[in-house]
Each structure stands twice: as C-alpha cells, then as structure tokens.
Design a protein around this ligand. Structure first.
Ligand SMILES: Nc1ncnc2c1ncn2[C@@H]1O[C@H](COP(=O)(O)OP(=O)(O)OP(=O)(O)O)[C@@H](O)[C@H]1O
Ligand SMILES: C=C(C)CCOP(=O)(O)O
Length: 248
C-alpha cells in the first residue's frame, strides 16, 4: 500500500491565490494513472493546499494551532480546499483513475492537546473496493480551539500508521530536502542533523513547510521519501528517490 502526497506547491502556483499549475497537475495525474496501469494496486492520495487554503487560512489568522469559531471563515478555508480537490479528482477521473474524495473535516478531530484522530475505516474499505481515496489538507474540529488547519503531511503520517503503508512519498516542488549548498540530502535519521537547513515554505503557508514535513515523517516507524515531480513516476515504480527519512 502506498500513501502519496501531492504537495500544494507542485499542483498549484503557490504565489497566486487560487491558481492551479495545470501542467504540473496533469503530469502528476499521468504518473498516477501509469502506475495503476503498471500494477500498483493500493494507492491513497493526499494533496496539499498550495495557493488554495493557505491564503484563506492566513487571511483568517487560522493555523494548525490557532483556530476559528467563525463558520464563515471555516467554510472559506474548507471551500478552497474542496475546490482544489475537485480539480485533482477531475484530472484523475479523465485518466480512468477511480478517484473518490474523502474530506477530513467531516471525519476527524483534534483533542485538547491538538493530537489528531482520523478514522480510516472508510479509506481502507474504499481501497478494498478498488477505489483510489483522495484526501486533502483541510480544517478540522479542535477541542478548545474551534476549527484549526490539518496539513496533508499530518494526514499522510496518520494514514501511513493506521493502514500500515509499505511506501510513503511526499512529492513537493523541490527535488528533496536541500542542504546549505542546495544539494539533495540522501538520508535523514534525526531532526537535529538537519535542523539548521530546514525552513518554512517560501510562499504563504500556515503548516510549517519543510521543517514540519521532516518532523512528521521522522515520527513514523516506516521509511518515507521527499522528492520532486520529476521523480514521481520512479517513486511509484518502487525506486528510491529524493531524500529518504528513516528514524529506525
Ligand atoms: N532545506 C530545505 N530543503 C527544501 N525545501 C525547503 C527547505 N527549507 C525550506 N524549504 C521550503 O519548503 C518548501 C516545501 O514545503 P511546502 O510546505 O511549501 O511544500 P508542499 O507540501 O509541496 O506544499 P503544501 O504545503 O502547499 O502542500 C520548499 O518549496 C521550500 O520553499
Ligand atoms: C491550508 C490548508 C487548509 C491545508 C494545508 O495543507 P498542506 O498544504 O498539506 O499543508
């Protein structure tokens, strides 16, 4: 079973509010369709927000920790994400991928500590029935805070743990985690080893950029990869690509 995140920075133009990167999304959808034709069976896709969601959340002052109790603001942020989700689904459906949306806002919650609880029975059942579930970064009910943002990276980690994923990949706009000289770091085993080079996203982003990604993946028992769009096909074919995160 593969859990794949299509980063919002890849499939949108993250600097322009609510703008797709149509060409990149088509390339990603082509790679997914080719992998399924080539024998990949169980695939869960999660996509991020990019220029959908982050701008709206930022305008309303909402992050993964700062919530809102304003239903209008909540709908604005969630609505931007479901709009992007429809675009992603339509590109996959056009290619014969049996893609089905799963909206985290209607499924999960955070407790008072901010810990995420995401039921995955519906995802497992959709997989068993031959569908490709497509989740997305979203808002989520948060005890004591109203509704906060849940990033696609957190969802990937939760799904990978619960469904015991064999492979975990984050496709982003960079070819991997980069060092001070912009070279791809092959392997990361501990946060302290790379803390100095990890930063936020260069664009508007409320979920912590590369630093949050590495943290979320290091908390997993299984290995995970961070790579660019040019390596998506290779990752889906089983190759090692970009940066491998492995804390074991
Ligand atoms: N050491 C680093 N190596 C690579 N990228 C880094 C590093 N430090 C910070 N970054 C930033 O992190 C960004 C990737 O994180 P970002 O959260 O934007 O990606 P994404 O998951 O693809 O998008 P989204 O969060 O919208 O889904 C890069 O574009 C870069 O600006
Ligand atoms: C900003 C929202 C609503 C979701 C962000 O998800 P991410 O792009 O995976 O961090």
């Amino acid at each position: 079973m593969i859990v794949l995140k299509l980063g919002g920075s890849v499939i949108t133009d993250k600097d322009r509010p609510e703008t797709l990167d149509g060409e990149a999304l088509e390339r990603a959808a082509d790679a997914v369709a080719a992998a399924l034709d080539g024998g990949v069976e169980d695939l869960v896709i999660v996509h991020g927000g990019g220029s959908f969601g982050h701008h709206n959340a930022s305008e309303h002052g909402v992050t993964t920790a700062e919530g809102t109790r304003d239903a209008g603001a909540a709908l604005d942020i969630h609505g931007a994400m479901t709009t992007l989700n429809r675009f992603v689904l339509s590109r996959l459906l056009e290619r014969g991928v049996e893609a089905i949306p799963v909206h985290p806002f209607s499924a999960g919650h955070r407790d008072i500590e901010g810990d995420l609880d995401l039921p995955t029975g519906q995802v497992a059942t959709l997989l068993a029935e031959g569908f490709v579930p497509v989740l997305h970064g979203d808002l989520i009910a948060h005890a004591g805070a109203g509704a906060t943002v849940v990033s696609g990276d957190e969802l990937v980690a939760e799904l990978a743990r619960d469904l015991e994923a064999d492979r975990i990949g984050l496709c982003s706009t960079v070819p991997g985690v980069l060092d001070d000289d912009d070279a791809v770091i092959d392997r990361i085993a501990a946060y302290e080893d790379v803390a100095g080079v990890l930063g936020e996203s260069a664009a508007t982003d409320v979920t912590g950029g590369m630093a949050a990604k590495v943290r979320a993946l290091l908390a997993l028992e299984a290995e995970a990869s961070i790579f660019g769009l040019e390596d998506l096909e290779a990752f889906l074919a089983g190759d090692e690509s970009g940066t491998t995160i492995d804390s074991s």
